[in-house]
Each structure stands twice: as structure tokens, then as C-alpha cells.
Design a protein around this ligand. Structure first.
Ligand code: VGL
Ligand code: ZN
Length: 221
């Protein structure tokens, strides 16, 4: 059988004000520095270029202030399936309030060349679920439609960049592998919340089938 034609998709995850210094409520160290790499990739002829936004209601379950006697970054919470108790619950970290739908902190950063995107997908819109992946939450209750879009395109390869490397980029890349795509994270196009933990996380991603690559193309102005 002839090999499938090369159809790469680019996914820019959560490149939003709240994940960037200096004012983001959940600023990723040096998060804004990914913009030259992300924009260079956006200038390449990917047949599909998408961005996601973390887009939470104020009551979101991942916000530490919504849970008495908890602290962001160190406390965690158990999340149950909204209707079906046969699903295994999952434990997840609590964060400062961030990316509240419609607020300045939830906007895509102005450095991002958003005019080159085909679409922006919102995620984490339900108050009762955490959702790191650009595809779906761990129970697959909330689905952005990304998997359907990739199938409709007959995509073969998925390139992931954005914030944060160790949370939403990680989860998105692992789901892309599971969905059957040859999956890359372009390293200069992402930054982790926790630089200390990144080497171990990076190894885990490689072991999970994600290809870590470096971008050495020209930077765009
Ligand atoms: C993210 C923590 C909480 C991310 C989103 O985009 O990586 N991290 N919500
Ligand atoms: Zn979030």
C-alpha cells in the first residue's frame, strides 16, 4: 500500500497571558520566550494550524481559592466522573485562579501571530472537570473536537508547542500518540512550570513515544 501523504498539523497550546510573565497568575518561567519559535512554525505551510485556550469558569474545580484550606501548587483534589461512578477518579493539582473565560488573563498573547491560525479551541470550560489535553478530559466527557478535525484532514503528524510543557503540552502530545499520530514537541516552542522536573518529564514523554525535536529554522520578525 502507498504511504499516506504527509499531512502535519500544528497545535499551539494555551499561549495565554495568565501563563506568561510578568503578570500571569500562573506564569510559566520564560513562557513568553517561545513566541519566535511558535511564529516561525506558523509561517510554515502546515495544512492545519490550531491554538487552544484554557478557558475556565470562575468556579473551576482546579482553582485553589475555590477549596477552603488548600494552597496552589501543593494541594491536590480528587475528581470524580460527573455521572458514572464506575470510572476511576483522578487526583489533580490545585492552581491559582487562571484563564477565567473572557478575562484579560485568558487572552492569547499579542506576540502570537494568531492571524495564521485556522481555529482556536477552548478547553476546561466545565466547572467540574480538569482538562490539560487539547483533545479531551480524562473521562472524555468534554471534547474540543480536535480528534475529529485531525481525522477529517487525514493528518499523519502532529507538532505540539505552547504552555506549559509539563502539563497541557505533555497531555496533548500523549493523546496525539494514542490517537495514532507521529507526534513531536518542538523544544524551543515550550517551557515547563517546573524546570527542575522537566528532565524526568521529558524522558517520560520520549518513552511514551513523543519525539522531542529542535527548531533550527530562521526566526521571523
Ligand atoms: C495548564 C495548569 C492548569 C497548562 C492549564 O496550560 O499547562 N496548566 N491549567
Ligand atoms: Zn487550567
Amino acid at each position: 500500500m502507498a504511504p499516506k501523504p504527509f499531512k502535519p498539523a500544528l497545535i499551539v497550546v494555551d499561549f495565554q497571558e495568565d501563563f506568561c510573565p510578568p503578570n500571569g497568575s500562573l506564569a510559566v518561567p520564560n513562557g513568553r520566550d517561545i513566541s519566535p519559535t511558535v511564529n516561525s512554525l506558523l509561517h510554515l505551510p502546515f495544512p492545519l494550524k490550531l491554538a487552544t485556550r484554557d478557558w475556565h469558569p470562575p468556579s473551576h474545580i482546579s482553582f485553589s481559592p475555590n477549596h477552603p484550606d488548600t494552597s496552589p501548587f501543593t494541594s491536590s483534589i480528587t475528581i470524580h466522573h460527573p455521572t458514572d461512578p464506575s470510572h476511576l477518579p483522578y487526583v489533580t493539582t490545585l492552581w491559582p485562579a487562571h484563564c477565567v473565560a473572557g478575562t484579560p488573563g485568558a487572552q492569547l498573547v499579542p506576540e502570537l501571530d494568531a492571524a495564521r491560525l485556522h481555529a482556536v479551541l477552548d478547553k476546561g470550560t466545565r466547572p467540574d472537570l480538569e482538562m490539560y489535553s487539547a483533545f479531551y478530559d480524562p473521562f472524555r466527557v468534554e471534547d474540543t473536537g480536535l480528534a475529529d478535525r485531525l481525522r477529517a484532514l487525514a493528518a499523519t503528524h502532529v507538532f505540539v508547542v505552547g504552555l506549559a510543557a509539563d502539563y497541557c503540552v505533555r497531555a496533548t502530545a500523549l493523546h496525539a500518540v494514542q490517537e495514532g499520530y507521529v507526534t513531536y514537541i518542538v523544544e524551543e516552542g515550550t517551557r515547563p512550570v517546573s524546570p527542575e522536573g522537566w528532565p524526568a518529564c521529558r524522558r517520560e514523554l520520549v518513552d511514551g513515544g513523543v519525539r522531542m525535536v529542535s527548531f533550527d529554522g530562521e526566526e521571523v520578525a
